[in-house]
Every structure is written in C-alpha cells, then in structure tokens.
Design a protein around this ligand. Structure first.
Ligand code: HEC
Length: 160
C-alpha cells in the first residue's frame, strides 16, 4: 500500500516527466519550424513565379491573342509548329490605307529585341515603347493593369 509520502513522490515524478516530455515536444516543434522556414522562404517565390508565368500564358493565348499576328501560319492558316510567337508577316491587309500600317509583327518569344521585362511591362500598361514612341497599327495599344502586364512579360521571357 502506498504511503502518503509515496503518493506525493509518484505524483511529483509523473508531473515532472510530463513537463519534460512537453518540453521536448515543444523543442522538436520549434526545431521543425526553424528548419522549415528557409525552405518555405525559397519555395514561396518559386511558386509565385510559376503562377505568374502560367497566368501570363493565359493572357497571351486566351485574352490578348498575340499569336494571331506574332506567330507564322502555314498555307492552311494554322500556326507553324515550334514557331509560337517567333514573329510573322501579317496574313491580312487593310481594305483602305492606314497611316503607319506595319505588315510584320516582331518576335516576342524570349522578349522582343531591345526590351527588358520591366520595359515590356510598361509598354503593355501604357502603349509606350522603350524608344518613347507608340507601336504602329495594327498592334493594339493595350492598357493592361500592372499584374497582367508583369505576367505577360514573365511568360514571354520564359519561352524561346
Ligand atoms: C492584330 C495584330 C497584333 C496582335 C493581336 C498583337 N500584336 Fe504586337 N505587334 C503587331 C505588329 C504589326 C507589330 C509591329 C508594329 C511596329 O513595328 O510598330 C507589333 C509589335 C509589337 C511589339 C513591339 C513594339 C515596338 O515597336 O517596340 C510588342 C512588344 C508586341 N507587339 C507585343 C504584343 C503582345 C504581348 C501581344 C498580345 C498581348 C500582341 N503584341 C498582340 C501586331 C499585333
């Protein structure tokens, strides 16, 4: 039979080992968080970048339809495989003269010549080229918001 003293000692031992095991668990949890934190910090921008590029692809191919003019077409009007956004002669002409009409749409894959990603973002937001001019027709004067413009620039930078 346990004496009073023994009960007290057993209870003390139990609470002591409980506290010890909680302390170990807390320390392990802290270690896990500390070890994971740098991995999370690296993983977040990579995921953000992939998301931005995927969204840019959607704007280019699903909204802006840049390929209609900037991708060469075969004799059946189909995009030439492996030449997406590689620059193309326009497959149409205006039915009345349009000042500045330009019959060739430049290469966009891997960024257009003379553009940084930041300059392309500005162009898609404002219509202003790095040379301070506006693009000639029939290039549309897009007025994208900052996020959409950045996404298109990131996507075009990611392909070749
Ligand atoms: C209706 C046809 C058409 C569409 C659609 C089109 N473009 Fe163009 N784009 C052109 C033509 C033509 C030019 C050449 C204009 C010039 O030389 O001034 C051009 C030029 C450009 C230039 C170079 C501008 C310069 O003078 O520096 C960029 C950048 C560009 N396009 C991006 C895009 C993007 C991005 C999209 C889709 C979001 C797109 N374009 C959709 C026809 C088009």
């Amino acid at each position: 039979m346990l004496m009073n003293k023994d009960v007290t000692r057993t209870a003390f031992a139990a609470s002591h080992s409980l506290r010890a095991s909680l302390a170990i668990r807390a320390r392990n949890a802290l270690c896990a968080v500390t070890l994971l934190m740098p991995m999370l910090a690296v993983a977040a921008p990579v995921a953000d970048k992939a998301e931005l590029i995927a969204y840019g692809k959607y704007i280019v191919h699903g909204v802006g339809m840049c390929s209609d003019c900037h991708t060469p077409k075969d004799a059946h009007g189909q995009p030439v495989a492996g030449q997406d956004l590689h620059g193309a002669s326009l497959p149409f002409t205006p039915d009345h003269p349009i000042p500045g009409w330009t019959p060739y749409a430049v290469k966009l894959a891997g960024l257009p010549a003379g553009y940084t990603q930041a300059q392309l973002t500005t162009f898609l937001r404002t219509g202003r080229t790095p040379r301070g001019t506006m693009a000639n027709p029939p290039m549309p004067g897009y007025r994208m918001n900052e996020h959409d413009a950045r996404a298109v620039a990131a996507y075009l930078n990611s392909i070749n």
